[in-house]
Design a protein around this ligand. Structure first.
Ligand code: TXA
Ligand code: MG
Length: 345
């Protein structure tokens, strides 16, 4: 049975204590972070981490992020040099995950046998209180079942994971809506493994110029996987999603009769062009990121056969947002010449 833990004011500490107890006893807890919900277990326990892979149906070769609540824990799980230590203190807690050399206390199951570990120090009170109370680092991938969109609302966590985990912290919507940014600091130049909620601009202000592979944009044609997770289908709704990157073309399509079978996912500015059903993602990339995965689930529940989505400017969180949209898309229409491909499906 899954315990649903309420965190309203008078229940908060009781629920955190209960969730921490479950982690200490080798169980699994779904908890919010500032990015998306995580599915956590004691990172020191192979048996506990095995339960994460089972609950999520995650392939064993896709490693887990280790989530910590203080710098002592960081030191326990990975090797850090002075320079990186100073930088960590500037950036954490935040949605920037760092790839570092792992220490032996982290079992192989967590890192899929690699000698590196992704360390995340989240900027979310519930997550930090939970880890602090558990007293151990918590291995926690995104809480969604593998290949499904990440979970950004506890209602969706309960729908998807009730019966598969020991407890779910019922904390409503998360702040950012896309996952943390991952930066490899094991070798220079430091390189971006996954764009996300923490912007490249903010990383470079602390770490200097970093290497950004074209793969980070999220186009599928690229055969290189920067993280083991990248080779898997990701973030996608079950319905086929079409991305029209050219704005003029997008507006033309959503105002045409051809868009009847599509649920339109667009900005507030473009909503007026939609002839049939639409969901407004928001007025900018920050709002669109907040709503993207939530609205993918609405698309799946709608009576429309397909979804069609627009592009957003790739500054700040917009870079991570576009990476998720491209990865979720069945077809990407980059330029005018290709618009007819939408009729071929
Ligand atoms: O915002 C987030 O990061 C969320 C919340 C819950 O903290 N977590 C999250 O975890 O997105 P997950 O497992 O869905 O994505 C982690 C990514 C995967 O693509 C995985 O392959 C990669 O990080 N990863 C984990 N450990 C790695 C390692 N040692 N080397 C390279 N990539 C690694
Ligand atoms: Mg994930």
């Amino acid at each position: 049975m899954t315990e649903i833990l309420n965190i309203s004011d008078n229940k908060y500490y009781e629920s955190i204590k209960r969730a921490a107890e479950i982690i200490k006893n080798g169980g699994t807890v779904v908890f919010p972070t500032e990015t998306v919900y995580g599915l956590g277990a004691n990172a020191y326990s192979e048996d506990a981490c095995k339960k994460i892979f089972e609950a999520k149906k995650r392939p064993a070769d896709n490693p887990l992020i280790v989530t910590v609540s203080n710098f002592e824990m960081v030191n326990n799980v990975c090797y850090i040099d002075k320079d990186i230590e100073e930088k960590m203190k500037k950036i954490w807690p935040s949605p920037l995950t760092l790839l570092l050399k792992k220490k032996d206390v982290i079992p192989d199951i967590v890192t899929s046998g690699m000698d590196t570990v992704c360390v995340r120090f989240p900027d979310n009170k519930i997550a930090l209180d939970l880890i602090e109370a558990a007293g151990v680092p918590v291995a926690a991938p995104s809480a969604n079942i593998a290949t499904r969109p990440s979970i950004v609302d506890s209602k969706d966590a309960i729908k998807e994971l009730d019966g598969r985990v020991d407890a779910i912290i019922d904390a409503g919507r998360v702040k950012f809506g896309v996952e943390s940014t991952i930066l490899d600091v094991t070798k220079k130049p430091y390189s971006l493994l996954r764009p996300g909620a923490y912007s490249v601009e903010d990383i470079e202000a602390v770490f200097g110029q970093i290497y950004i592979s074209p793969v980070a944009e999220g186009y599928k044609e690229s055969s290189i996987a920067l993280t083991p997770g990248m080779k898997y289908r990701h973030y996608a709704p079950s319905k086929k999603l079409f991305l029209i990157e050219n704005e003029e073309e997008f507006r033309e399509f959503i105002s045409s009769d051809r868009s009847r079978e599509f649920l339109v996912l667009c900005s507030a500015d473009n909503a007026k062009y939609a002839k049939f059903d639409k969901i407004v993602l928001g007025k900018n990339a920050v709002e669109a990121a907040h709503n993207l995965f939530y609205d993918f689930r609405i698309l799946d529940q709608s009576d429309k056969k397909y979804g069609v989505i627009q592009a957003f400017p790739e500054k700040g969180i917009g870079f991570g947002l576009m990476n998720r949209i491209r990865k979720a898309s069945f077809l990407i229409i980059k330029d005018k010449e290709n618009i007819d491909k939408i009729n071929e499906v």
